[in-house]
Design a protein around this ligand. Structure first.
Ligand SMILES: Cc1ncc(COP(=O)(O)O)c(C=O)c1O
Length: 363
């Protein structure tokens, strides 16, 4: 296996280590998702038009002013990525530069300062190097990494803040979805409209999804399957994942029109599929608008073979059921395409399968 080793440049990060690691008190077999946080966090402030000296400090509370503009006007963005433990205890990162690029896309859309590549990548690597003992064994889970940035001007009035804080913290996680997911497509609410900020990883997008998601959960579904804002017909994505459908021998996934998040997993899956049509008996992948009515028709005709979501947290999540217009589509339990993709992608991410794309970076 050939994995490029990128040199670390930690020299300009001020590091304050925790006195006693909390790791011994953690039951790594039962960490769940997003509840347990590792020992340290990376933090860097943006003031007077410049990024200040980055620091790594013990994970803990950050002083908060009630007038922080992020709380009022929503300048808050984040990323989600993972570190994996290989069979020989090596630490592996999956396409971290893609997350850096997307973070800066989100920053620019919300009128926030861009983060220099070295600040993001070196900060991330130094933090993970320090807390690598928190990465679960590779059959048990991964270390979820959460870079985020928020506005810190103490100011009331709608304008872009002039000061920001960029933080990275990590948490050991196991599976996000324990079972195949059940989604509800609804015409009543929308996640994003053309010209909005649907393709930014902005905190506000998630806030807007919570109430419709609650309604879906009340009806026994896990999440909403979002439809387009204009015609309430074209499938966009799910709250935490991009979506794919296998119809006959073709894989179909929605065309990004600025309203869906450009998933790193989605992009990787498209590449894996394009290189594996023969293995999977497929005849192609179509990236185009896909209507919920087309999915219903395919279901009625028995040609809807599989549906699955893709995301860093969710990995490759098979979809068991899609509700729409008062009817449920129950999908087959045999899922050759998504099972193959999961094994292939996770195999690459954990260094078990050769990575011809050079996606994986060893710390
Ligand atoms: C709304 C949304 N769509 C899609 C994704 C999948 O993106 P990725 O594969 O980069 O994790 C995520 C997760 O980050 C998400 O929050």
């Amino acid at each position: 296996m050939s994995i490029p080793i990128i040199q670390q440049n930690k020299s300009d990060i001020k590091i304050t280590r925790i006195g006693h690691s909390r790791l011994n008190n953690i039951d790594m077999e039962n960490v769940g998702f997003g509840k347990v946080f590792s020992d340290h966090m990376f933090i860097c402030h943006y003031e007077n038009g410049e990024w200040q000296t980055p620091e790594i400090v013990p994970y803990g509370k950050i002083p908060l002013s009630p007038s922080f503009s992020a709380i009022h006007y929503g300048q808050a963005i984040f990323e989600g990525m993972k570190a994996y433990r290989g069979d020989n205890d090596e630490v592996l990162l999956f396409r971290p530069e893609e997350n850096w690029k997307r973070m800066n896309h989100s920053a620019s859309r919300l009128s926030m300062p861009e983060i220099p590549k070295s600040l993001f990548i070196d900060g991330l690597k130094a933090l993970i190097d320090l807390d690598k003992a928190w990465i679960p064994q590779n059959d048990k889970g991964q270390l979820y990494i959460r870079p985020h940035m928020f506005a810190t001007d103490e100011f009331i009035g709608v304008k872009a803040s002039e000061s920001y804080t960029f933080v990275i913290f990590t948490c050991p996680v196991s599976f996000y979805y324990k079972n195949p997911v059940k989604l509800l497509a609804t015409k009543e609410y929308t996640r994003a409209a053309i010209g909005g900020m649907g393709n930014a990883k902005a905190a506000g997008n998630y806030a807007a999804s919570l109430f419709p998601d609650k309604l879906a959960k009340n009806q026994g579904y896990d999440n909403v399957l979002w439809l387009d804002a204009r015609l309430h017909q074209y499938i966009e994505e799910c709250g935490t994942m991009n979506v794919f459908f296998v119809i006959d021998d073709v894989v179909v996934t929605p065309l990004p029109t600025g309203t869906i998040l450009g998933g790193v997993t989605r992009d990787s899956v498209i590449k894996l599929l394009k290189d594996s049509y023969n293995t999977l008996g497929l005849n192609g992948i179509e990236i185009r608008r896909v209507s919920i009515y087309e999915i219903q028709d395919a279901y009625m005709q028995g040609t809807l073979r599989e549906a699955f979501g893709t995301g860093t947290a969710a990995t490759i999540a098979p979809i068991a059921k899609i509700g729409f217009g008062g009817k449920d589509m129950n999908l087959p339990e045999e899922r050759p395409v998504s099972s193959w993709l999961y094994k292939q992608l996770y195999g690459i991410q954990t260094g078990k399968i050769y990575d011809p794309y050079e996606w994986v970076i060893m710390l």
